[in-house]
Design a protein around this ligand. Structure first.
Ligand code: NAP
Length: 251
């Protein structure tokens, strides 16, 4: 089996590399892709050096069986045909295809069977906050239908990618050096702060991040569950936390 990682230099791509090196997955070849920026960079993988190739429209995916893509929604949309046209299954981490009817949105612990029906050879991966919530909700759903959920998230800098983590680290260094704090990636200074504002606000007053939790949860769980989310960025480098309140059908 041949596997590709698209977005290998990113926060998610680096996790793919780490997890694939830990697991004993039978693999004949691993191929790494990125933009011009990281093309030519090498990464160690199980004692070998792998060089990042530039993602281009062409035949690079001809022999690939599975492509793990995490290079942002616009890259996924632009390259989906290039990646899948010879039969590779694209497992996409971006938001590009999550809500499309002919693309399954899958969390293996919850709806693995949905992955079998993939007419466009694409399987979408949900937003990070949705993934961890639905694993817990599924256990409750098995006991009694979950009707309503209130969730508050405590999301780390890693959720904003490699640049998000770099910004928090730089803010720590700038604070210690008594320098002005640079704010680029987040809405406000993250150091010593909590920011209840992830992604853009929608007309209904929720942010896009919060509405993803509403729509994605319903699709994954095949459910009419009502989800009200408050998503908050906290000054933690990695790992999101959540506080979830749920109400079963007959309560
Ligand atoms: N971070 C998370 O916890 C998380 C969780 C779930 C889903 N996601 C999603 O996963 C995707 C990546 O997130 P991330 O956090 O890993 O971001 P990131 O750290 O900013 O990394 C972005 C990656 O995309 C690559 N890339 C960008 N434009 C490209 C292009 N035109 N062609 C090829 N590669 C390109 C970059 O390669 P270069 O370095 O070569 O530019 C880099 O490897 C996003 O869609 C994000 O929403 C992230």
């Amino acid at each position: 089996m041949k596997i590709a990682i698209v977005g290998a230099s990113g926060a998610v791509g680096q996790e793919f590399l780490r997890i694939l090196s830990e697991r004993d997955l039978k693999m004949d070849e691993l191929v790494l892709f990125g933009s011009k920026r990281s093309a030519g960079t090498t990464y160690d993988f199980k004692g070998k050096k792998l060089t990042v190739k530039e993602l281009k429209h062409g035949d690079d995916f001809k022999d690939i069986d599975i492509a793990l893509t995490s290079a942002g929604a616009s890259t996924s949309k632009e390259f989906a045909d290039t990646i899948t046209k010879y039969g590779a299954v694209m497992i996409d981490n971006s938001s590009a295809f999550r809500m499309e009817d002919d693309i399954p949105l899958v969390v293996p612990e919850v709806n693995a069977a949905d992955a079998k029906k993939r007419p466009r050879n694409i399987i979408a991966n949900p937003n990070c906050t949705t993934i961890q919530m639905v694993v817990a909700l599924k256990a409750l759903e098995n006991l009694s239908h979950v009707k309503r959920v209130h969730i508050s998230s405590y999301q780390s800098a890693s959720g904003a990618g490699a640049m998000g983590m770099e910004e928090l680290e730089n803010q720590v260094k700038q604070y210690v050096a008594g320098e002005p704090i640079t704010v680029e990636k987040f809405a406000y200074q993250l150091l010593f702060n909590v920011i209840p504002h992830i992604d853009v606000f929608q007309d209904n007053g929720y942010t896009k991040e919060e509405m993803k939790m509403f729509y994605e949860t319903r699709k994954i769980m095949h459910s009419d569950v009502q989800v009200s989310a408050t998503t908050v960025r906290v000054p933690v480098m990695r790992a999101h936390s959540e506080s979830i309140w749920s109400k079963p059908k007959n309560r």
